[in-house]
Design a protein around this ligand. Structure first.
Ligand code: GP9
Ligand code: MN
Length: 430
């Protein structure tokens, strides 16, 4: 009931991390370009196959500080069965996805206080999702309305002719190319915008046309793993092309640009091939470490920190962005904390109750030392308390989502509940 929301709000307000004063509001009113790296795991960064970098462009963003990006190398995905949909859900709400199924599908009609709606109400942002699949996949066309997303440029806005399509939908290169005029139009008529580009080609089973593959497959004999590097390279090339186009269009310098990996691409069913490629046994501890996905962010007027080693997860992205824009995150019910805050909470819960801290990893009842990967025999009180805290956090998030409890929460005096009926998506000729 509505009392539960009080308990939940107490928890998140207590967890809240005060903004970093130097960064609070520094990017207010800037366009935001959010880039989804499908199935991209951090082990690909700087990985060499046949003596070649797999993702030279992303590597250059990580290493060349002049490009302005800060790379978080201890950032983790927190998704479960909802995969892409879970990643989108977590990033735009700072709530956890559900233990089973996808909140996008089963809780698509809930009330939300999502980032697009907040940015619109607070700073008049227009939000857009761009994606080369059709609008009803993952029930996006319903839940986006609850998030207050203004435009959804789905496959119906793109050239979906045979040459342009593979696997789930539009190939990333034509996707980014055709997205440029849409972004330019948004910039002309709806500035500032919050645009989310969701890539697709680097998706299981990692199909690519031979003439578009610019690196040979790996040679483990596990076909989808072997091709994983080829579609990663294709994604990397598509990003380079997109960044050049953004620069040419004058949309690069003055925008917040961030990239994130949505979830693993290689499941535990492929441990044999992975141990060959990484030259180590894939223990439960190593599997947890492999849940790292990249997070890279460029903030206009802020120098690159190079690589930031703080531990964080997808749940932390929304409060981080709010603070960069000068909107206090503690007005809302958010389970993450600002990654740039001195008080940022460096524990990363996974959906099944496992978790990672900077010192140790908890997987299926066992604690491991992060430095050695060895089992920790002597469990401390602090570890037990952390485990309980994480169970509590997940329990409260689930209570909120299952009970649709944001119906009962008024974040700020001027908050207007999102009216889903005012949104319409999809191109149609009439
Ligand atoms: C489909 C795409 C893939 O539109 O986003 O979703 P996934 O299978 O990764 O959850
Ligand atoms: Mn995905």
């Amino acid at each position: 009931d509505s009392n539960d929301i009080v308990e939940i709000a107490d928890y998140t307000k207590n967890k809240f991390a005060e903004p970093n004063e130097e960064l609070f509001g520094i990017a207010k009113g800037k366009n935001i370009i959010k880039i989804h790296l499908e199935s991209f795991q951090s082990f690909l960064i700087d990985y060499e196959l046949h003596g070649e970098e797999v993702t030279p462009f992303l590597n250059s963003l990580v290493h060349n500080k002049e490009e302005g990006f800060t790379y978080f190398d201890n950032f983790f995905h927190q998704t479960e069965q909802g995969k892409t949909a879970d990643a989108e859900f977590i990033l735009d709400n700072s709530l956890y996805g559900l233990p089973q199924g996808a909140a996008f599908v089963t809780k698509g009609n809930n009330t939300y206080q999502a980032l697009p709606a907040i940015l619109n109400q607070k700073q008049n942002y227009t939000s857009a999702i761009l994606h080369g699949d059709y609008k009803s996949f993952w029930n996006r066309d319903e839940i986006y309305k609850q998030f207050g997303i203004d435009y959804y440029f789905d496959a119906s806005y793109y050239d979906m002719s045979d040459d342009n399509v593979i696997n789930y939908g539009l190939k990333d290169k034509p996707f980014f190319k055709e997205s440029m005029p849409m972004l330019e139009k948004l910039n002309e008529t709806n500035k500032p915008f919050y645009a989310h580009l969701v890539t697709l080609t680097h998706h299981h089973p990692y199909l690519i046309d031979e003439e578009e593959a610019t690196i040979p497959p790996a040679e483990t004999g596990d076909n989808s793993v072997d091709r994983y590097f080829q579609t990663a390279r294709y994604l990397d090339e598509s990003l380079e092309q997109f960044f050049n186009d953004l620069k040419e269009a004058g949309l690069y310098e003055d925008s917040i640009i961030f990239l994130y990996g949505d979830h693993y691409g290689i499941s535990e069913n492929h441990n044999r091939a992975m141990s060959e490629l990484l030259d180590k046994e894939i223990t439960p501890f190593e599997s947890a470490q492999l849940q790292r996905v990249p997070f890279l962010i460029r903030i206009p007027g802020v120098e690159s920190q190079g690589t930031n080693h703080r531990y964080s997860g997808q749940i932390d992205v929304m409060p981080t962005l709010l603070h960069l824009l000068g909107i206090r995150a503690d007005d809302y019910i958010l389970f993450g904390t600002d990654m740039f805050s001195k008080e940022h909470k460096q524990f990363v819960p996974f959906r099944r109750g496992d978790f990672i801290t900077p010192d140790y990893t908890y997987v299926s009842g066992t604690y491991y030392d992060n430095e050695t990967g060895e089992v920790i025999e002597k469990v401390t009180d602090e570890m037990n308390e952390m485990k309980q805290l994480i169970e509590e956090e997940l329990r409260l998030s689930d209570k909120l989502v299952y009970g649709d409890l944001l119906r009962f929460y008024t974040p700020t005096e001027d908050w207007k509940p999102v009216d889903p009926s005012i949104y319409r998506y999809g191109y149609d000729e009439n």
